[in-house]
Design a protein around this ligand. Sequence first.
Ligand code: AMP
Length: 420
Amino acid sequence: MAGRLRGVKGTRDLLPEEAGVWAAVEAVARRVFTDYGYGEIRTPLLEDTELFVRGVGETTDIVGKEMYTFDDKKGRSLTLRPESTAPVVRSFIQQGLESRPLPQRLFYIGPHFRYERPQKGRYRQFHQIGAELIGDPGPWGDAELLAMLVRFLGELGYEELVVLLNTVGDDASRAAYRETLRAFLEPVRDRLGEDSRRRLETNPLRILDSKSPAERELLSDAPRLVDSLSPASREHFDGLRGALERLGLAYRLEPRLVRGLDYYSHGVFEIVSEALGAQDAIVGGGRYDGLMRQLGGPDLPATGFAIGEDRLIEALPEASPCRARPAAPVAVLAAGAVAPLAALELAELLRGAGVAATADLGGRSVRAALKRADRSGTRFVVLLGDDELAAGQATLRDLAAGDQTTLGRDQLAARIKEAS
Ligand code: AMP
């Protein structure tokens, strides 16, 4: 006998109850982002591998070990998108969006793929909700983006939101700091793990977000990037902080916050909900001024964020409006010779009048159908028999009130709407 088929490791099925919550969260995202003038962009799940090699960076874990890369039938190397900033920038360049009024405000929602070890909250197909503000040098656009994020999370029911903020400065500031940090870590390189020793050559900034307790201890006295800022970078950062204060957004400086990807500059951030306890970030983002040029496009500054939607929903507060279940549709049952066609027809009539309805498709007793309707959580059942049909009537049973009335078919919808 053939083995039972299972979904691919690290992927999951979202059943209707759960998918309903996802759709509600995405609807809030679409509404809030649209209110800020953002338009949705849908880029393909598949891109040329080279886009991520150039756009995310060869030294990152994503490109180094986490991509779903394969050759297609013509031998072209393709990759399932592990993130969307590079694809959005690729699309911006390819579609010539720089000829539209700048800045451009774009958001995306959808699945992404990384070959990671599946564990709680980490999947191989995961989902991100993200936004990119392209063509604004900041810092005001960064502040607006953060205000949008905090509003979105607040509308989902998240409380006590705090922006963790740092700056990684401009290229010159980072180059200066890289040397300072290297000089600090070189004498203690033996105490660094293998990954960090490698990063000491390739990208020492990444060592700062090490999760190893021993390395974190070592780094507690490390020189801080904010102390290596060029005057222009300092002014940018002060502007961002001033704008957040003006907009009443709570933030905390996190000098060791560096985003995992190579292309960030200036303001970088994560947002945590202090009400959640665990300090795991719900969202990360920052400015990536050099990326557009790096991908062969115009030299336009940009900033953005990506929210991990899986984690966003796992941590969704109990009281979130997105958890509200829609009312179950009215159940239409027909008995006797008129079943199930009369039920089908009447359910159509109800839907046409704006009342959600399901028709019983027959094949079981009215008693069983009633029981099932009751279990579905519906409040109203409409019953049709030969006599009712002949008289142009139907019986409306209100399961909540425990009573029923017989009335004309054409009065049904109005009566149900009145009572709901
Ligand atoms: P990144 O693009 O790595 O900055 O990630 C942005 C957000 O995406 C993170 O805060 C995570 O919540 C989420 N994320 C990244 N990788 C995964 C994954 N494998 N499974 C679930 N969520 C992920």
